[in-house]
Structure formats: C-alpha cells, structure tokens
Design a protein around this ligand. Structure first.
Ligand code: KIV
Length: 264
C-alpha cells in the first residue's frame, strides 16, 4: 500500500472503491491494522472504555490522546493516523487549535471532532492552520449525557434533514471527512451522496464510502453485549491477522455490514 493521504481517499470515493478504518491504541494493534490493508487507523477516544475501563469517553484527556497517538503513529506504516480530540477540548476555536496541534505533533495526520451545527468555524480555523478535520455526526458518544443514552440518531424527518444540511455546511467549512455513527442506512446513503468528501460509517449501513470498527470488538476481545453493528471476525479459529484481512476484504466487497448490522 502506498502512503494514504486525503487525495488517496478522495480518489477512492470518486472511483467507488471502499476503504477501511479500524481503531488502535498502541503500536502492536497499529501494525496489525496497517500490515493487513487498513487505510485509516483511528486513535479513538473509545480508549476510555476499552483501555481505561471507564463507562464513557467523557473522562479521556488530551494527554491520554497524545500518549496513545504517539504509540499508534510509531507503527502505522502507510496508513493514515486519525486521532480524536476528546470531550470538551474544542469548545472554542483557540482551544481546538491548541489541542489539535498537540495531537498533530504526536503523530496524527487528521483529527476528529464530534458535533454538527456549531462546528463550521472550528473546522475552518483548523484547516487554515494545516489541520484536516473529520466530523463525527449522528451518535456522538462525548455527548451521551445530553443525548440521554446511546441511541440511533436521525430517525425523525426534521432531525434527518438537519443532519443533511449540517453535513453540507461542514463540507463548505472545509471538513476533510465525515463519520456517521448509528444513523439509519437511508439517511447515511443520502448524506454520502450529498457531499464530495469521504464518509465513514459505523452502524450507518453499507452505502458509506468506508467503514470503521473498534478493533477489540471485531476481534471479540470485549466483554458483554456488543452493539448491533459489530461483527465478530474471530469465529472459526482465525488469527487476528486473518480477521483484519477478512474485515478489509468484506468492506471492499460491500458484504460488511450485512442486513443484521444495519439500522433501517
Ligand atoms: O472513539 C472511537 O473509537 C470512535 C469510533 C467508534 C468511530 O469514534
């Protein structure tokens, strides 16, 4: 795989080739992803749940994210490294710039922030300073205390229309990518068609330009009930390497997510 850049991903969207994203929080999992064809490695603030054992992503700090971003960047190979700005670390343009710069210095090549209508000025400010931004929309886990739980977003017509408008405004503001979590498949398809920037989905149907999963979920390492959109890739004695390669192949073939992973 040649070095993955924003141009690589834009060209893939244009040609209709799907790309794959997977979380990693350390160099071993980063190498597992990059050496098995994953294009975008996400240093997700889900590390609050799966690494730190917290019950949400709210306690994760910028320092935590920088530490794990450095670990992942050290073994990312040609994959692109995307890192989350954590809870309440981008409330103003200046705060977002200061914290995003720290993540970029730690090895991120694009940062991800959660929200919709209030984000365009922050996206523009970061892009002006050389920091590409992916905006995470739909179910935004940093806002769990406002949302009242982890639920599918955008089922109502008004909310769906607001999300489509917000996606277009964010593209206009300079967003490099969007990520849709837990939205109905039809809405994700409409947003993916409405924007020219790549759209990554998780629990957002099969028609987004890419898919992302939390690596511990797809390797069946997490305890307890998994969200509907998770597929366990370790069912028949597969190695972690085979599991990741199978995930990449299924995303590219459009066979993951299947009907049972999708919200209608
Ligand atoms: O933090 C994370 O792992 C994420 C994914 C669930 C998309 O944002």
């Amino acid at each position: 795989m040649a070095k993955v850049t924003l141009k690589t991903l834009a060209d893939m969207k244009l040609s209709g080739e799907k790309f794959t994203s997977l979380t990693a929080y350390d160099s071993t999992f980063s190498n597992l992803a990059s050496s098995n064809g994953v294009e975008v490695i996400l240093v997700g603030d889900s590390l609050g749940n799966v690494v730190q054992g917290q019950n949400s992503t709210v306690p994760v700090t910028v320092e935590d994210m920088c530490y794990h971003t450095r670990c992942v960047a050290s073994a990312a190979g040609d994959a692109m490294v995307m890192a989350d700005l954590p809870f309440a670390s981008y409330a103003t343009e200046e705060q977002a710039l200061m914290n995003a710069a720290q993540l970029m210095r730690a090895g991120a090549e694009i940062i991800k922030i959660e929200g919709e209508g209030w984000l365009p000025p922050i996206v523009t400010r970061l892009k002006q300073q050389g920091i590409p931004v992916c905006v995470h929309m739909g179910l935004t886990p940093q806002f769990v205390n406002v949302l009242g739980g982890y639920r599918v977003q955008g089922r109502e017509e008004e909310k769906a229309n607001n999300m489509i408008r917000a996606a277009m405004d964010l593209q206009e503001a300079g967003a490099a990518m969007l990520l849709l979590e837990c939205v109905p498949a039809d809405l994700a398809r409409e947003i993916t068609k409405a924007v020219s920037i790549p759209v990554i989905g998780i629990g957002a149907g099969v028609d987004t330009d890419a898919q992302v999963l939390v690596v511990y979920d797809m390797l069946n390492l997490t305890a307890g009930r998994k969200p509907k959109f998770v597929k366990n890739y370790i069912t028949d004695g597969e190695t972690p390497q085979q599991a990741v390669a199978n995930y990449v192949a299924e995303v590219k073939a459009g066979t993951f997510p299947a009907e049972e992973h999708i919200f209608q």
